[in-house]
Design a protein around this ligand. Structure first.
Ligand SMILES: Nc1ncnc2c1ncn2[C@@H]1O[C@H](COP(=O)(O)OP(=O)(O)OP(=O)(O)O)[C@@H](O)[C@H]1O
Ligand SMILES: [Mg+2]
Length: 736
């Protein structure tokens, strides 16, 4: 039996049709990605195609990694030469080789959003564009959309049609490109645009890549934009071996220029394309799939399609409503650890999905406290995010200013024109005199080497000093508000008005919520104690070589992935669908959110839990949200509604439950695993120093047993496998 026998007949058709354009349009979990990986295997093994001649493009690095993995498993030898990557990294590789043909040098720099913004600010100044009327960020986002559509500065200018605002943007766009080139730099969008330009300007380069990539495949095709589509169609125009797979119901990147028209337009560019539909879902239980189908049915602008499954009916979906976000996080973490403890699944089988990254904080804290390993995919841990670090650095500086790193972090946030030379000189002075960096700043006038630099430092010191005197009578919440206000931190982000800036604001709101919760839950709150509490969570080392971890990510980053147990949290109108899309005039915005919901539901293989909170603290204020409209679109008979919170007779919980324990835990530091060295642990049949046997790692000696929340963490030095840390309940060690 060959690997291709495991495919159904439509899938086989898609795999075996290696020549010519193929379009596979099919619903979630129908095996689209599987078809692509098997197609790669088939090309190499059955058609004798050189792996070097195959290119597969996916949307995210995570998806590329996963595809690479799947291909490696199918094809033993040679698979590493298949070019599997994202659009952006493919383009970087091509440009590094040939961009000199466009007059750049091959060691070009790639500008991140901060660099872009600095440049755009500069340009606005130079062109006398009033950034109060035309915000840099708004200009940048218009420029970015133009690039997604492959509209050049010249074409943009022609399209302005006397529109005054657009004219300004056209001017800025033109100048921006000029400056980028002068700096030998490309922004993110340019990576694709310049590659397309290169292909168009240099037929020989294009041809060499056409020869190289005889077989092209694109996953998640529904999310490609015009520029990306042009890139692949140019590459495929010679041999026409382009196979794209996608699902119009999972198009969730309209805000980034994804163009659903590409799906429909494919047959225009490749008129003899073979269209293949896959209708069987292999991923999910009937209940999960039916729920997903019912939800997506509410979108009007879609092609209807059939998606069925042979899988078992499965458990009902679970819906749980809680008093607040804290209870919600507690329930989900508890549910996961119970399942793991009972041997029903491992941590890595579980994923928590949410609408915005800011929602991760409560889960992270809960996981850390319960010693449950977790990993955030495609996001940065809450306390490692720039905006959170910046604001905490302010609080630390106000608190005692002994943390040099904190002071240095914010000395130029927002920009105060204090240069690196000045900072280095201050640091040298501090080192030479054995004083802190901040104390050196306070005596800046006496540092001879500073010269005029000292004048720039004075306002900063005055600002911090004034915050310090305010800290005597302000609450931590008020102090934080004051810092945000005075630094213009949020105001600047608001002016940027991009998705990224808005996500940062949400994170800051979440920090405010954290402070408010802290103050409400403490008799004598203080800045010092708050920082201590945060430091304990922020500094816990989450780097864990163990890959058995609960995954947390936004719904957007979950695209293409699958997990046996999925938790969709924050199912509330105002969160998901987001408030912005509810108030928008445009009904297609809700449809995009609904597609995102469809993506979320269809990630689940066996079990799906949907949760929401009655009240949620956002920006330190309690909001009352209705249950998400998407929940109401799922037929009741498919859902186990659990106990509603009214039935639990919760009278009035001013504080999130579990909060007191958390405070206790912080005070006693009980959740720091290494603090508790237990010689002979209750319930374990072995102790430190005993020789034990593990089913996979063999024989070793127990080096340490630490109390970790609800389970013991055992460190064993195995004769062969080396030192491993594991939780007692699934290590199943036997004393010998
Ligand atoms: N013919 C098949 N037999 C058994 N399992 C299959 C078959 N086809 C697909 N699967 C399994 O079904 C699951 C979903 O497949 P895959 O991830 O390829 O779907 P997809 O269409 O790419 O989904 P998405 O739209 O979410 O990206 C995978 O676990 C895959 O291994
Ligand atoms: Mg897929």
């Amino acid at each position: 039996m060959s690997i291709y026998d495991t495919l159904n007949s439509q899938q086989q058709e898609a795999v075996f049709r290696t020549e010519g354009p193929v379009l596979i349009l099919a619903g979630a979990g129908s095996g689209k990605t599987r078809v692509l990986t098997h197609r790669i295997a088939y090309l190499i093994e059955e058609k004798g195609v050189n792996p070097w001649n195959i290119m597969a493009i996916t949307f995210t690095n995570k998806a590329a990694e996963e595809m690479r993995d799947r291909v490696d498993k199918l094809v033993g030898f040679g698979a590493e030469s298949v070019w599997v990557s994202t659009f952006h990294s493919s383009c970087v590789r091509i440009l590094r080789r040939y961009i000199d043909r466009l007059g750049y040098s091959n060691n070009f720099t790639i500008y991140d959003t901060d660099d872009q913004k600095t440049l755009m600010k500069d340009i606005c100044k130079r062109l006398n564009i009033d950034t109060k009327v035309y915000k840099e960020r708004a200009i940048m986002s218009a420029v970015s959309s133009a690039k997604d559509e492959l509209i050049s500065p010249e074409a943009y200018e022609l399209s302005t049609m006397g529109d005054f605002g657009k004219k300004k943007i056209a001017l800025a766009y033109k100048e921006y490109q000029k400056q980028l080139k002068k700096n030998n730099a490309l922004d993110f969008d340019d990576l694709i645009v310049k590659t397309v330009e290169l292909f168009q300007a240099c037929p020989d380069v294009l041809e060499s890549y056409q020869e190289r990539f005889r077989y092209l495949m694109v996953d998640e095709y529904q999310d490609t934009n015009t520029a990306q589509f042009k890139f692949v169609s140019l590459l495929a125009s010679k041999y026409q071996n382009l196979c794209v797979v996608g699902d119009d119901d999972q198009s969730i990147y309209k805000f980034r220029g994804a163009n659903i028209g590409n799906i429909l337009g494919y047959e225009k560019v490749f008129p003899n394309a073979k269209v293949i539909k896959l209708e069987q879902n292999y991923r999910s239980t009937q209940n999960i799939l039916n729920s997903a189908n019912e939800v997506i049915r509410n979108n009007l602008g879609r092609k209807s399609k059939t998606l069925w499954t042979d899988n078992e009916e499965g458990a009902l979906l679970h819906f749980r409503q809680f008093m607040n976000g804290f209870e919600e996080a507690e329930y989900i973490t508890g549910d996961i650890s119970q399942k793991v403890r009972e041997g029903e699944c491992s941590y890595k089988d579980c994923a928590i999905l949410y609408r915005t990254n800011a929602q991760s904080r409560l889960f992270e804290e809960k996981f850390l406290m319960s010693n449950i390993p977790y990993k955030m995919v495609g996001g940065v841990n809450f306390y490692a995010r720039k905006e959170i670090k910046d604001l905490l650095a302010y609080l630390k500086t106000v608190d005692n200013a002994r943390d040099d790193i904190a002071v240095r972090r914010i000395i130029n946030v927002p920009k105060r024109g204090i240069g690196l030379t000045t900072i280095t000189r201050v640091q040298d002075y501090a080192d030479a005199n054995g004083i802190s960096f901040y104390d050196a700043l306070r005596t800046a006038d006496e540092i001879p080497s500073l010269g005029r630099g000292a004048a720039k430092i004075r306002p900063f010191v005055t600002f911090i000093q004034s915050l310090r005197s305010k800290a005597e009578y302000l609450s931590v919440t008020e102090l934080l508000d004051d810092i945000i206000e005075e630094t213009g931190y949020v105001a600047d982000l608001k002016a940027e008005d991009t998705d990224e800036a808005n996500a940062r604001i949400e994170n800051i709101d979440e920090l405010i919520t954290k402070v408010v919760t802290y103050e409400e839950g403490t008799d004598t709150p203080s800045l010092g104690e708050f920082l201590e509490e945060v430091a304990l969570i922020a500094d816990i080392d989450t780097v864990d070589s163990n890959s058995d971890r609960v995954l947390m990510m936004t719904l957007h980053s979950a695209k293409g992935l699958e997990f046996p147990y999925v938790y969709m949290a924050g199912m509330e109108d105002g969160i998901f669908p987001s408030y912005m899309t509810i108030v928008a005039d445009d009904p297609t915005e809700i449809e995009e959110e609904r597609r995102l919901c469809y993506v979320g539901i269809t990630r689940a293989m066996k079990d799906l839990t949907l949760t929401c909170a009655q009240q949620r603290m956002i920006r330190g204020e309690t909001q009352y949200n209705k249950v998400s409209r998407f929940i109401r679109e799922i037929p009741r008979e498919l859902v186990d509604m659990g106990q509603s919170f009214q039935e639990r007779k919760v009278k009035d919980i001013p504080l999130p439950s579990g909060f007191q324990q958390m405070r206790q835990a912080f005070k006693s530091q009980a959740f720091q695993p290494r603090q508790f060295e237990v010689k002979k642990s209750e319930g374990l049949s072995y102790g430190v120093g005993d020789t034990v046997k593990h089913i996979k790692f063999g024989v070793g000696i127990v080096e340490n047993i630490a109390e970790g929340g609800k389970d013991y963490e055992v460190t064993v030095n195995f004769d062969k496998a080396g030192v491993k840390k594991m939780f007692a309940s699934f290590a199943k060690l036997k004393k010998i």
